[in-house]
Design a protein around this ligand. Sequence first.
Ligand code: MBD
Ligand code: FE
Length: 270
Amino acid sequence: MRTLTASRLNVLYDEFLDTVRQFIIRHKITEGEYQQILGFVAELGQSGEAPLLMDVFLGVTVDDLTYEHLNRLGGTRSNLVGPFYLEGAPLRPRPYRLGRDNEPGDTLYLSGSVRDAKTGAPIASALLDVWQTAGNGQYDHIDPDQPDFNMRGKFVADGEGRFEIRTVVPEAYQIPVNGPTGRMLAALDKPAWRPKHIHVKLSGDGYVPLTTQLYFEDDPWLDKDIVAGAPKPELTTRLEKHDRPDEIAEKDVDRPFYTARYDFRLVPAS
Ligand code: MBD
Ligand code: FE
């Protein structure tokens, strides 16, 4: 991935300042407003929410621009990594699962495959690095009630590129209401929610790595995501409810559960 070089920084710097100066002039930003913005930026830095706010406003545009070509080559559509990825999620043993033994929420079996974008051939031993909110809509590293890495894990697809992970249905995510990001969105009268989603980074030997997110049909937040444009129709799958006693017995659960499927496609590196 290309990152900023000194020469490119020089080009961007001049044009960025020029653009913002014109904006200030066009909107007649006053020194009082400017001081208020400085206060906001200082608080944003202190709060640790800067990556969150930046991703809410700009992450989709950057992700689309950087990775759209992979989708044109037949690969699964990418989606922004977001502010809550953590390095170092544990490699989980089989049978694959996320969450504690009695993880609150509705049990979900997420299954599917990882395939070659060109040929459709399975990618044996593809790696999935998955993270999501728990059933309470909270990410584990922020929620004091969850152990570290509770809803994060790495999983290896089998010889046919298939995987099945037992987890719980994630819940919609609300941006913290008391921080600077939440207060700004409240001032704008924008509901600060994301639809339920599951993040995944995929990789396989000889393939371009992919970061994406899965969404679920009929989620009321899909068309009102505060991260506007993030939920793509081609990344939206369906939660199937299973409530027949024989299905429940077969899966070793004690109440109705859900399944969802997704088949990922990775673009060959060459
Ligand atoms: C999230 O959980 C998220 O995935 C993104 C992209 C932005 C804010 C919160
Ligand atoms: Fe997220």
